[in-house]
Write a protein that binds this ligand. Sequence first.
Ligand SMILES: NC(=O)c1ccc[n+]([C@@H]2O[C@H](COP(=O)([O-])OP(=O)(O)OC[C@H]3O[C@@H](n4cnc5c(N)ncnc54)[C@H](OP(=O)(O)O)[C@@H]3O)[C@@H](O)[C@H]2O)c1
Length: 421
Amino acid sequence: MATFLTGGSGFLGSHLLRAMLAAGEEVIALVRAADPAEGRGRIERALARVGGAAEARSERLHVCLGDLSRFALGLDRRTTDRVVADCDQFLHCGATVRLRESIETARAVNLAGTKSVIELAQRRSRRGGVRRVDHVSTAFVAGNRTDLVGEDELDPRGGHKNAYERTKFEAEMAMRAAGRELPVTVHRPSLVVGDSQNGATSSFRTIYGPIRIYARGLWRTCPANPALPVDIVPVDFVRDAVMTIRRRPDTIGRAFHLAAGPRGSATIGSLAALLHETFPGRRPVRFVDPDRWARFVQPLLARLRVRRITAVVREGGLYLPYFARMPRFDVTHTRALGLEPPAVRTYIETILRYCIETDFGRRALNPAATTGRAGSTDSSPARAGTAAAPPSSTVKRPPGSGYESDNPEEAVPATARRPAR
Ligand SMILES: NC(=O)c1ccc[n+]([C@@H]2O[C@H](COP(=O)([O-])OP(=O)(O)OC[C@H]3O[C@@H](n4cnc5c(N)ncnc54)[C@H](OP(=O)(O)O)[C@@H]3O)[C@@H](O)[C@H]2O)c1
């Protein structure tokens, strides 16, 4: 029997795919592409980026063309029949994660795509039974909450910060409802960063955005309370946790925060101090009141027509709501499985070192220095290496893939790099 996987060409999905293949699973991976050769090539390159060149050659890897936003995933009839006949497990990791996505597009991919995966699993269930449906959600379905969020809760009091959070919440609601008849498990990572052992990442989103802005000397004013918790989690932990949870029948019908949790989180103040030490020549981060900033300063800056400021405000504006309020994520269920999320302070310097050594993904490292094994097969959150990512500019995405630049240099002219404000 096989597993149907979405999102295998992405950052987290490629780590999961490599681990699944290394564990001997047969996988049918859905990918967006113009033709099968391009689809296979995209998956193979994604695997190679995470040290999985060998797994990319596996006969147990099958690639199918599709699109989460299209009716019935855009699968042709033959592929649908094959998935229904052969797949008794579903791992839904694909999503648009762009923070500036429109609600219409985000809903088409994240909610409608999830419903299509559910329908496929239901068809399989009627035909021959489903062992499990694993849904990669996000801890940020909790939206604007600032209290401790339980793993069983799905209650975004105060709403959501953007269409991404909103539609991932809607998708999790749909998945939980489907859990009445399907064996559903929900995985909720917080902010996923590179590998805890070598810092390697192929994605410079989330916290990398503000870090890069500071490191480039573009900006140093941070509209946040320095005591604000920052919950980040390394991709090797998330990969191994998902793999462990998928192997345990007692995880069905439950949700798990794959997060640092209150004990392991950092504060934005401690990260700022570390950034100041790490990037020589930069002045310390200056903290200002986030509400006053959002109400008075941000609108003024947005009206300025200075290229550097416009670019930074546009980029930084995406993260502003995260500086204003952050939920805290309870990890009791996850820890009860023996999965101990690493504390941010134990690996954050490794993450920053990788940013410096690769110039935020612009420079490739010698893969031999960072290549490691795929996910562990035991229940401990193993320490596995990851191949160095190639420069982000060499990572090809299909036209119209909704790819949001991870590289503010595309928006900020090189000549505009000046000491941090
Ligand atoms: N990274 C984080 O910090 C984080 C935190 C919490 C939760 N998550 C969740 O983890 C999952 C993976 O995120 P990621 O960070 O790995 O993002 P990513 O690198 O952007 O990967 C997203 C994946 O979804 C695929 N996808 C997007 N739109 C699609 C569509 N219309 N049809 C088919 N496939 C589509 C992408 O395919 P293309 O390669 O064709 O674009 C890619 O394979 C998501 O569900 C996300 O919500 C991520």
